[in-house]
Design a protein. Structure first.
Length: 243
């Protein structure tokens, strides 16, 4: 829902610490001259401005929930600037959600308005994207399978409660693991701090970054409780990755 959460006056929502301001979860992979974004959140426009993103080469989707797709309309300036459609990569159920939520993009009825230009690609296994390999990692978001992604020595797993054994095999030897840790209290579809720490203990990445954090977790006081190699991610966090 973002932090501050609308209408909430808890200590984290009222915090003056900029690290307690959280837009919806997304990642920009910048390599060579390419910019690839994971998910187009409702905050996509603000996030792209903040990172001074001058072009967009592709979007990869984890799943079709509103907090991960609703910024798609804001890719239009890149369509205009680059004079091309933007490739979107997603598993079939996520492509179906995009077609449903953004019917105006796909119904091909004549319009006087500019609609996003997109090219859909189905993810059904590891794929090459501008010279690197993106490995999809199936995780369970409640009962729903959604995708995380491994790229080189890093992986991004947002929105999951459980990682199946077959997927864990794809997640060893990481330098950086970015993973869901919604709050301390258990949740039916999201991993909490305790569950995520257990997964970090099992997979043993060099560093872990918690994301998809709600207003239950204050940045400074939560970090003080975590092991040194596990930190809360924050808006604008950047680091290098061996691809
Ligand atoms: Zn709050
Ligand atoms: Zn979700
Ligand atoms: Zn989400």
């Amino acid at each position: 829902m973002g932090v501050p959460t609308l209408g909430c006056h808890c200590a984290v929502c009222e915090s003056k610490d900029p690290l307690d301001k959280r837009t919806r979860p997304s990642v920009l992979l910048a390599y060579g001259s390419r910019n690839v974004v994971i998910d187009t959140t409702p905050d996509f426009r603000l996030q792209a401005m903040r990172s001074r993103m001058d072009r967009l080469d592709a979007v990869i989707y984890t799943h079709g929930h509103a907090d991960h797709i609703l910024g798609l309309d804001d890719i239009r300036p890149f369509n205009l600037k680059q004079k091309s459609a933007i490739p979107l990569y997603a598993a079939e159920p996520t492509l179906a959600a995009l077609r449903r939520q953004f019917a105006y993009i796909f119904d091909h009825s004549p319009t006087e308005s500019l609609v996003p230009g997109v090219e859909l690609h189905t993810i059904d296994g590891p794929f090459e994207l501008f010279g690197i390999t993106i490995v999809p990692v199936t995780v369970l978001h409640g009962k729903q399978p959604v995708l995380g992604f491994r790229f080189g020595k890093a992986a991004y797993l947002t929105d999951f409660i459980r990682v199946p054994e077959a997927s864990k095999k794809l997640l060893y030897g990481l330098d950086d693991l970015i993973l869901d840790a919604l709050r301390y209290v258990p949740h039916p579809t999201h991993s909490n701090v305790e569950q995520s720490l257990a997964l970090v203990g099992e997979l043993r990445p060099k560093r872990a970054w918690f994301t998809h954090i709600c207003h239950d977790l204050g940045h400074a006081e939560t970090n003080a409780q975590l092991p040194k190699n596990v930190r809360l991610a924050y808006d604008g966090l950047q680091f290098g990755v061996e691809l």
